[in-house]
Design a protein around this ligand. Structure first.
Ligand SMILES: Cc1ncc(COP(=O)(O)O)c(C=O)c1O
Length: 399
């Protein structure tokens, strides 16, 4: 017979409310706004001149081929699509592609790669501290906390100046101890758009080597800044000089397959044997978290990369996305000297010199939605919305 106890255990009903991820909350606000001319520059997806996020033509074609030829959906294993990782290897690693101390694995998006990479680092060295730029992508700190590693902030960007705080960044990294981790954005910095130039990358590399830090490069927008090779400069420079390194990569943007969750994790250790052992941990951790990554998106990207004609057309579509980003940047930059810095930055995001009140005013009076920090997606708006957007931003800056 069942008996009830009066002792009160903590349960699901005791959970405190979650502080909503502000970018996710913003999506809800945009959807709830009935004004037909609303502008959503909050969400981080590429939009074309008509304001749509179309499926790339090469992906549509690859999906059709996948549909026609796939004969089973049996498990692939924790490594996912191995050919996908093999094809990605030279695109990301360049001249380091033949280095057998580097191994890569398919992950559920860049987020999956970040989590897996930090889990691995925490397993290897729970005392390691992670140096994180201020500001950074808002999902970095919770992922780092979730694996139990502690964070140290390094100054990265001065909003008023539209400039990188390079000296302060270097000073902060100099306080790192051997084994500490330096989290760096490979290109198209989110949220600021302010990328290290080549000389600055070399300065960061020097301090990373000098202090024995482990570089962890998050590269989610390769091809959206200057070009595939140019955007991988920092990744490859660190590989030139570091024996241990982690790279979290996302294909969700450059193949425009956001919801299909396509990414990869890359690790480098001092020897092929140590890399093989570390990869054993990677597969075990992946097995505990998601068992194996979703197949469809990576299989589609693999079909594109494996076919010279589709690959060539992907490069054309990728260049088209990059060109739009850079041409919208130029248009906004030309509208007011205070916005000129936007023309010198890269990728989908920049931060406007606006206070929280000014951002809220843009929402209420102009139906323009961006993060409270002033971060906005330069290609969140259609071509027809750019003039209204810049006029409203100038009005807000003057208010
Ligand atoms: C800097 C950065 N890293 C990682 C990611 C994660 O990408 P994914 O959607 O592939 O998980 C994003 C996505 O917004 C990002 O901006």
């Amino acid at each position: 017979m069942l008996t009830r106890t009066d002792a009160k255990a903590r349960g699901l009903a005791d959970l405190p409310p979650v502080m909503n991820d502000s970018l996710i909350a913003l999506i809800g606000m945009v959807n709830a706004d009935p004004r037909p001319d609303k502008i959503d520059v909050g969400v981080g997806v590429f939009r074309d001149g008509a304001g749509n996020t179309p499926i790339l033509k090469v992906i549509k074609e690859a999906e059709q081929r996948l549909h026609d030829t796939q004969v089973t959906k049996a498990y692939l294993g924790s490594a996912g699509d191995k050919r996908f990782a093999e094809l990605l290897r030279p695109i990301l690693l360049g001249k380091h592609a033949d280095d057998d101390r580097i191994a890569g694995v398919q992950t559920p998006g860049g987020c999956g790669a970040l989590r897996l990479g930090f889990e691995l680092l925490a397993a290897a060295n729970p005392q390691a501290r992670v140096f994180v730029g201020a500001p950074t992508w808002p999902n970095h700190p919770p992922i780092i906390r979730a694996v139990g590693l502690s964070e140290v902030e390094y100054p990265y960007y001065e909003r008023g100046q539209g400039a990188i705080r390079f000296e302060d960044m270097i000073d902060a990294l100099r306080s790192g101890e051997p084994g500490d981790i330096a989290l760096l954005h490979g290109c198209c910095h989110n949220p600021t758009g302010a990328d290290l130039d080549e000389e600055q990358w070399r300065g960061v590399r020097d301090v990373v080597v000098e202090r024995g830090l482990v570089p962890f490069v998050d590269i989610a927008y390769q091809g959206f800044g200057r070009g595939l090779d140019e955007d991988a400069y920092g990744v490859r420079l660190m590989l030139d000089s570091c024996d241990e390194m982690i790279i979290a990569q996302s294909c969700d943007k450059n193949f425009s397959v956001y919801r299909d969750r396509v990414g990869s994790l890359w690790i480098k250790t001092p020897s092929p044997d140590a890399t093989a052992t570390a990869m054993g941990h990677v597969f075990q951790i992946a097995r505990e978290m998601w068992s194996m990554p979703p197949d469809h998106g990576a299989a589609s990207a693999r079909i594109v990369l494996d076919d010279p004609e589709l690959r060539e057309r992907w490069l054309v579509e990728l260049t088209g996305m990059r060109d739009r980003i850079n041409s919208v940047r130029r248009r906004i930059a030309a509208a007011d000297p205070r916005l000129a810095f936007i023309g010198r930055q890269f990728g989908m995001f920049s931060m406007l010199p606006l206070s929280k009140e000014q951002v809220l005013m843009l929402r209420s009076e102009h139906a323009i939605y961006m993060a409270e920090s002033g971060r906005f997606n330069v290609v969140g708006m259609s071509d027809g919305q750019i003039d209204r957007f810049t006029a409203a931003v100038i009005e807000a800056m003057d208010a």
